[in-house]
Design a binder for this molecule. Structure first.
Ligand code: ZN
Ligand code: ZN
Length: 180
């Protein structure tokens, strides 16, 4: 039960954390690493993937040490560690599947557009790519565009020929957000 609680809390907390680091670090001091991801149609492996993958080793370590401790010792702290590791791993996997696989077309998951929730967060994320601004979050974006807007008003809402084609991703008309 402790494992489940901490796994859920970690997954929820990581949405906030991902939004925070995306805005304050990736669009700040680490923009040079994140910028290749904002080039339209760029699906190749790039430095931004390292930013995302940097969260995997700590999560894997927590899973390993937590599960080992649970087997050997059984102290509650190992259950907590394992729960955090499981939650972080689940969030990372979901982020990869939805962000990289579905939204940016690295995996054949375009069928998810049939579901209103996935289409909504896809559009919200493409707004981010079009403006280099809000929303920075992924699963609970603070802002999402109107679905009924015209392509002229909001080019990222223009109908696409194939789901998640490069043409569906807007260019970056504005410079990256400046941080002090
Ligand atoms: Zn993206
Ligand atoms: Zn970004």
């Amino acid at each position: 039960m402790i494992v489940l609680l901490f796994a859920l809390a970690t997954a929820l907390g990581l949405e906030l954390w991902a939004s925070f680091v995306h805005e304050r670090l990736w669009h700040g001091p680490l923009w040079a690493w994140h910028e290749p991801h904002h080039r339209p149609g760029n699906r190749a492996l790039n430095s931004n993937d390292l930013l995302s993958a940097s969260h995997a080793p700590p999560a894997a370590l927590l899973c390993f040490l937590g599960s080992l401790g649970m087997l050997v010792n059984g102290h509650a702290v190992f259950h907590v560690g394992f729960g955090i590791g499981v939650g972080a791993t689940a969030f990372g996997l979901a982020y990869f599947l939805v962000h990289d696989g579905f939204i940016h077309g690295r995996l054949p998951l375009g069928g998810l557009r049939r579901f209103a929730y996935f289409e909504r967060i896809r559009r919200a994320h493409l707004v981010h790519h079009g403006t280099n601004a809000e929303p920075y979050g992924m699963f609970a974006p603070t802002f999402a565009p109107r679905v009924s807007s015209s392509p002229e008003e909001e080019p990222w809402n223009a109908p696409t020929q194939t789901p998640c084609s490069p043409a569906s991703e807007p260019s970056s008309p504005q410079p990256p957000r400046q941080t002090p």
